[in-house]
Structures are given as structure tokens and as C-alpha cells.
Design a protein around this ligand. Structure first.
Ligand code: ADP
Ligand code: ZN
Length: 736
């Protein structure tokens, strides 16, 4: 009997939607060829790193054409089987090139083929001899003297970069001190787990919380999705913490996904404070070394809890016991470029594969999750009271039709601001548009300054005297006269946060104002400084964009003003209404969280709009019912499934030509029960100099849709028109 050949099926970083087969490198024992190891392989004329996805015994490529892998980069898998399973599923479900899927999950160092060893760094510290030494004996060596002085207060030592930061380069002095035996060094893991803070802050749970924790813990060994619904401040985080605390005592790990760590440092701090366990934090501001260290800490089980943003769903955790998605409705869980996955949906799949509970928490659950509760796929856990002493705020609409608005503020809003500030409280104004004004218009001829590369207008940023395109980042100085008629009477039109801030300064010259948006928080640390200023009471008036809507607790804010609710009512996006309602409620959740009652005022030109009145009179669940009914009527998610094929090109015609061909191709397969809509130009057809168009597939059965995709997508690559465009597939798009 002949033994079947061993063929390695690899994920290779390539835009092609397929794996690549190789013969094993010479002399590698069969048992080392475990899925999840990396190999160095020839690819075209290059050499690249590939990941072993499967070992197979047959290849569509004939044996004499198969190339041989050069060598193994790993002795043991860097991707554990559980993560491999998720990656494989994601590749199939999203019909995305496996190489891109696998490699987007890895830290940069591992993508580059560097060893999967925790990065080490060296700490330098004084030896007992160095500590006892007389500084005066170093009078002739001032650099050494400085070094000794620098190291004295740090018994645990300093890193080379910390020393360099303080003293500049001083390698030779360091060497002399080592030679004298005054300084020792030690290698340490970069991600040495920080000591958890000792102070314990466990609350006595209220009845709802107790029921939630008990139910979660009862489901520990099985796949079970939960929707934990409760307004901001109802104690959801406390439920996560106490459930995690129990689960990790059984040596299992917890994965916690949150929308944006930069905006919510308090959450991480609270986890550290309350859980007596090592926590790895994964977010976009980590260096490559730090990311690798956190990844390995998770993989090797040294981290009991991993907290991270969207991409942390790819953390290798071999003893995963629970997954938590906080603010599950948040749009940031959907990756909107490249590999367009949804971390919430992947979390459900990961929990299913691992047979563990998954908790989706929100005050304003996505329509998807509410529908899943209705269909009894998810169990609902409700927290019906606010945990602390706070009361639910009062909400009122302000009809601003034909009212004078100054800097976007109506007389009633101004009066309320005066009242609340006069009582020594804080107020928050919300406007989801940064900059000074969305457009610059010529008062003489009506010309509005457009972006040269997008079908969009330039936004005025007065503080920097510039025009900025929020879509492609183009930036010009403010023109001094109209580009069309040369009249100098150019006026900003519309409203942005910068303008509101300017207006507030004239209304309340004595009050310190914090503007929180992407413009004011670009520098690392400024957001934190501002938030601290809000907490300390330095700032009493806040104006900001949706950055304000996320997870902060401001106990002294008693007034929340929504300056423009209409923005969300008439958006072209099918989720505009859902997002508006969620945003308004999230912002509202900031008010009255101390023991002072809160007030919420919403400015609108459409006080009779059914979504707004439903929100004010009956709350979010009622709005969700109206929206679900709308979605049912058009067969849109969650009551129908969508796939969007996008194309873009420098040439205006190419995207439509490609999509027409794609449409025709789709009709040649069994597309029964699937509606093809379009192709049509994208809502903003030109962006950053590219023309964009899209074809929408809608179906009532996910299985049918997936079956069509499996046949259709591989063929798209071969269409002649595909060569003239860049195209991408968005399975379950969140916006169109
Ligand atoms: P959420 O995550 O729903 O916004 P949190 O868990 O952050 O709610 O709770 C809101 C506030 O109430 C926090 O300051 C928290 O410390 C406090 N809290 C939570 N649970 C309780 C409880 N059972 N008793 C007293 N205070 C609580
Ligand atoms: Zn632009």
C-alpha cells in the first residue's frame, strides 16, 4: 500500500479567494505539520509567510507542479485550533480571501515571520554595591554619577528607553557601571501583568442583577447567547464583572469587547480594580511589540481577561469561558474596509464553536438582537432599575420651526442652560457634526465650495482657517473670495460643534467649555485631560459629537441638549432611524446619574415625526417595533439578508460596467428567491477621486444567499470587467 502524499494547504497573503497547496519542506517530521504553524514558501517570484490551514492528501494541482515549502517558522501552532476554526468559518461566510482573513488576525510581528516569543526587554537597576556607593567617588565621571542618581529611586529598575529619555545616550557609562558591579540588569517580559489594584469594590447586587448573574453562571458549559438590556447606569458592567469573577476562578478566560478603548479608559480601570486577575488590553494605540505580548499572554493563558475593541475577537484563547460584547449596538463592531466582518456576529459564532455563553449588553439593543430575542434564539436578561440612586430624566421636544437660532441654540434651550448652570450643575450639548459649518456659501452667487475629489462639500474649520473634506481628508486654506464670482462675501452655512462652542462663549463668558470631537482630541491624552476636567468640575459646559455618547459617567450633568435631531430622521441610510434613536438615548444616559434629576431637551423641525414622538412618549423599545415593522415590509435586516457588491474606479463608467456583468452572471446561477437591486451609483458617487457604484442582493433566506455567493463570487474574479475596477463584497452590510 502506498501512503497518500502529504499536501499543505496554506493561507497566503494574497487578494485571491483561495488557499495555496505546497509540498512539505524537506526533513520536517509529519507531526510538526500541525494546522496553525507558519511556513516560509515561494510565491510567484517572492518568498512569503503562509499559515497552514489544513493538511490534505489530494490537490487539484498535479504533483509535479506543486512547489515545496522552504521551512517551518514554528514548531507548534501560533493559531490554536479554536481560532483556526473561527477563521475558516469567517473566510467562507464573508467570501473573503483566506490569506487576508488569516493575516488580519495576526499581530504584525507574526505576519512578518518573526518568532512567536514574548518580546523581552531589559531593566537596569542598582546592585546593593551600587546602592551603597559614595557618589563623590564618581566626580570624574559625571555621566555615571547621573545614571546612579537616576536609578536610585527605582528599585525595580528602568528600561533602556526610559534611561535614554532622561539622559540621552549613555551606553558606555552604563557599561562602566556594570563592569564595576554597581548596576545589574534583568530581562523581563514586556507584558508583565500589572498588579491588580487591591481595593475591592464589589457591590451588593440588586434583584435584577442577581438574577442575571445566576442565569449566566448556570449556562457556563453550553452555547447560550444572552441579551442584557438595561439603561445606562442600570448596572450591566457590574453584572459582567461578577460573572467573570466566578468564571475565571475555574481557570477559564473571558473576552470582553467594547466599542472604543480611547473613549472609555474608566472601564479598563474598573476591571483592573475589581478583578484580582491579570488583564490584557488590546487596542489600536498599542505598539507592535505590545500587541504581540498581549496576544501571547492570552494564548499562553497568562491573561485571564482580554479587553479589546473589534479586532480583539481574533485573540487566541484556549480556555475561553465567556464572551461579552458591551454596547453591542455600536457601529464600530463592524469593520468597514478590507475584510468587512462584524465582531458581534463572530462572537456569537465563536461562542457556538466553544460551547460557552455570550452576553450582548446594551441600553439600546440593535434590531438584530431584539429580533433574535423574539425568535427565542437569545435569552433576555433585563435590568429594569438604575443601579445607583439616580432617577430617569425628563424628556421634551423643542419645536424650532421659525424660532431664532443662535449658534444652533433656541431660546428655550438657552433658558434651560442658564437655569441648570445657575444651579451649579453641568450641561451637555450634542451635535453630530464637527467643524464650524458644513459648507461655505457665496452670498452673492450662491456657489457652495465643493471638494475637488468627492461629491461632497468642504467643511469650514474656522480655528485653523481651513476648508476640510470629511470624506477624503482634502484640506485647503479658506478662500478669501468666491471661486466662481470672486465676490468676497463668503459665508459659512449650517452648524458644526466649533460654531456652537463660539456661540456658547458669548452666552456664558464666565463658564469653561469643553468641546469634545475628533478635532479637539486628536493628540493622545487630550481626551483624558478633558474628561478629567469634566469630572473635576473645571468644565461645566460640554459640546460634542457622538464621542460623547459612549460610556462616560458624568454625575453632575443635569441637562442634555440634542441640537439637531432631524439629522437622523431623513438620512438616506436604512439604519438612520435606528442609529438616531440609539444615539439620542446614549447621550441621554449621561444625564442625571448622580442624585440630581436630569432633563433632556431635543430640538427638531419635526416635533410630530412618529419616531421622535415614539421615543419621547414610549421609549426605545417602541421605536424599535416601528422600525422592525418597516424592515419587515422591505425585507431588510434583520427580517431579510443583504449582500452588497461594491466597485470603484478612476473611470466613471467602469464600476457600472463591471456590476452589470456581475448581475448578469448572478442570474445565470440559481438565484431563486434573491432580488438583485441595481447596479446604482453609490450615495456619494465620487469619493477621493474614485467613482463608486454598487449592486445589492436581497434575500429572505441566508442559506439561499450563501449558496449563490459560493458559486458567484469565485467567478467574479474572472470577469473581464473586473480588471478595470477595485471591487469588494460586503456580507451583512450595515449601511448602503
Ligand atoms: P451600566 O454598565 O449599565 O452603565 P454600571 O455597572 O456601570 O452600569 O453601574 C452604574 C453605577 O452604579 C456604577 O457607578 C456602579 O458602580 C454602580 N452600581 C452598579 N451596581 C450597583 C449595585 N448593585 N449597588 C450599588 N451601586 C451599583
Ligand atoms: Zn473629498
Amino acid at each position: 500500500m502506498v501512503t497518500p502524499p502529504t499536501i499543505l494547504r496554506l493561507a497566503i497573503p494574497s487578494p485571491l479567494r483561495r488557499y495555496f497547496d505546497y509540498l512539505p519542506p524537506a526533513g520536517v517530521p509529519r507531526q510538526q505539520l500541525q494546522p496553525g504553524i507558519r511556513l516560509q514558501v515561494p510565491f510567484g517570484r517572492r518568498t512569503v509567510v503562509g499559515i497552514l490551514a489544513r493538511v490534505v492528501s489530494q490537490s487539484p494541482i498535479t504533483a509535479d507542479k506543486l512547489r515545496q515549502a522552504q521551512y517551518c517558522l514554528d514548531k507548534t501552532p501560533i493559531i490554536p485550533p479554536s481560532l483556526l476554526q473561527l477563521l475558516t468559518w469567517a473566510t467562507e461566510y464573508y467570501h473573503h480571501p483566506p490569506g487576508e482573513v488569516f493575516f488580519s488576525a495576526l499581530p504584525q510581528h507574526l505576519r512578518q515571520g518573526k518568532p512567536a516569543a514574548p518580546p523581552v526587554y531589559r531593566r537596569w537597576f542598582l546592585s546593593p554595591k551600587g546602592r551603597a556607593a559614595e557618589l563623590a567617588t564618581l566626580n570624574r565621571a559625571p555621566r555615571q554619577q547621573q545614571l546612579v542618581e537616576l536609578l536610585r529611586p527605582y528599585p525595580e529598575g528602568l528600561t533602556s528607553s526610559q534611561i535614554k529619555e532622561q539622559l540621552g545616550a549613555c551606553q558606555s557609562s552604563l557599561r562602566s557601571l556594570i563592569a564595576k558591579g554597581w548596576v545589574h540588569s534583568q530581562e523581563e517580559l514586556l507584558c508583565k501583568d500589572k498588579e491588580p489594584l487591591k481595593e475591592q469594590l464589589r457591590h451588593q447586587l440588586n434583584d435584577d442583577q442577581k438574577a442575571a448573574v445566576t442565569t449566566l453562571l448556570a449556562a457556563q458549559q453550553q452555547f447560550q447567547p444572552f441579551l442584557l438590556e438595561g439603561v445606562t447606569g442600570s448596572g450591566k458592567t457590574e453584572v459582567y464583572l461578577q460573572a467573570i469573577e466566578k468564571i475565571i476562578t475555574h481557570n477559564r478566560q473571558a473576552l470582553v469587547l467594547i466599542p472604543e478603548i480611547g473613549l472609555t479608559p474608566q472601564i479598563v480601570e474598573r476591571f483592573r480594580r475589581q478583578l484580582q486577575a491579570p488583564i490584557a488590553v488590546l487596542h489600536s494605540a498599542l505598539s507592535d511589540r505590545e500587541r504581540l505580548a498581549a496576544w501571547l499572554a492570552a494564548y499562553e493563558g497568562r491573561a485571564a481577561v482580554v479587553i479589546g475593541t473589534r479586532s480583539a475577537i481574533w485573540t487566541p484563547l484556549q480556555h475561553l469561558g465567556i464572551i461579552i460584547i458591551d454596547e453591542e449596538h455600536d457601529p464600530s463592531f463592524k469593520q468597514q474596509e478590507g475584510f468587512r466582518y462584524h465582531a458581534r456576529d463572530l462572537a456569537i459564532m465563536r461562542a457556538y464553536q466553544a460551547k460557552i455563553p455570550v452576553v450582548l449588553g446594551s441600553a439600546t439593543p440593535s434590531l438584530e438582537s431584539l429580533d433574535n430575542v423574539k425568535r427565542r434564539r437569545y435569552s433576555l436578561l433585563r435590568l429594569s432599575q438604575r443601579a445607583g440612586p439616580a432617577q430617569t430624566p425628563r424628556i421634551q421636544l423643542i419645536d424650532v420651526r421659525s424660532r431664532p437660532l443662535e449658534a444652533g441654540i433656541s431660546p428655550s434651550m438657552l433658558a434651560a442652560l442658564k437655569h441648570h448652570l445657575g444651579q451649579g450643575n453641568q450641561a451637555l450639548l450634542f451635535l453630530n457634526r464637527r467643524g464650524f459649518a458644513p459648507t461655505l456659501i457665496c452670498h452673492e452667487c450662491g456657489f457652495v465650495v465643493p471638494c475637488r475629489r468627492c461629491d461632497a462639500y468642504m467643511t469650514v474649520h474656522q480655528r485653523t482657517d481651513r476648508l476640510l473634506c470629511h470624506h477624503c481628508g482634502a484640506e485647503y486654506p479658506l478662500p478669501t473670495s468666491c471661486p466662481q464670482c470672486e465676490n468676497p462675501l463668503l459665508r459659512p452655512r449650517g452648524l458644526g460643534t466649533e460654531q456652537v462652542e463660539t456661540g456658547l462663549k458669548t452666552f456664558f463668558p464666565e463658564v469653561e467649555i469643553a468641546r469634545i470631537d475628533r478635532d479637539t482630541t486628536r493628540r493622545v491624552g487630550t481626551l483624558n485631560e478633558m474628561l478629567e476636567g469634566v469630572h473635576s468640575g473645571k468644565y461645566r459646559l460640554l459640546i460634542g459629537t457622538q464621542m460623547l455618547a459612549k460610556g462616560h459617567h458624568y454625575p453632575n450633568i443635569t441637562l442634555v441638549g440634542i441640537l439637531d435631531a432631524d439629522q437622523g430622521l431623513f438620512g438616506s441610510d436604512f439604519r438612520a432611524g435606528e442609529h438616531m434613536a440609539q444615539l439620542i438615548l446614549q447621550v441621554m444616559g449621561r444625564a442625571g446619574r448622580g442624585n440630581k434629576p436630569g432633563e433632556v431637551l431635543i430640538q427638531t423641525h419635526h416635533p410630530g415625526h412618529p419616531l421622535l414622538t415614539a421615543l419621547v412618549d414610549h421609549g426605545y423599545r417602541h421605536v424599535a417595533e416601528i422600525l422592525l415593522e418597516e424592515r419587515r415590509q422591505i425585507g431588510f435586516p434583520p427580517l431579510g439578508y443583504l449582500v452588497l457588491l461594491r466597485a470603484r474606479a478612476v473611470s466613471p463608467a467602469a464600476p457600472m460596467i463591471f456590476l452589470e456583468a456581475a448581475r448578469k452572471l448572478a442570474t445565470e446561477f440559481n438565484s431563486q428567491g434573491i432580488t438583485l437591486l441595481g447596479p446604482v451609483p453609490a450615495p456619494m458617487e465620487r469619493r477621493a477621486g474614485r467613482y463608486r457604484a454598487q449592486l445589492l442582493l436581497q434575500g429572505n433566506s441566508r442559506t439561499h444567499l450563501q449558496r449563490l455567493l459560493a458559486a458567484w463570487v469565485p467567478e467574479l474574479e474572472h470577469l473581464k470587467a473586473a480588471r478595470k475596477v477595485q471591487w469588494s463584497l460586503d456580507v451583512d452590510p450595515v449601511d448602503l
